[in-house]
Unconditional design. Structure first.
Length: 74
């Protein structure tokens, strides 16, 4: 998966999200994403991260090898 594809999938699930993605190793397999959304309000960090993982629709661990997630409330 490429950066844009990850961003699009997250924004489909969290339309108000501001998504910043970095390719950590330059290999197209190890990314870091910072996701800011008002949908995270009142949710624990674990719940927020699950929301992001769920937006990737099962691609985490398959097409997408590693994604470090940071979430922030808007």
């Amino acid at each position: 998966m490429d950066l844009k594809e990850i961003e699009v999938m997250i924004k489909e699930s969290l339309p108000d999200a501001v998504v910043e993605i970095q390719d950590l190793a330059g290999d197209g397999n190890h990314y870091s994403a910072t996701v800011t959304s008002s949908k995270f309000s009142g949710k624990s960090k674990i719940e927020q991260h699950k929301m992001v993982y769920n937006s990737l629709k099962g691609r985490m661990g398959n097409e997408l090898h590693a994604l470090a997630i940071k979430t922030k409330e808007n």
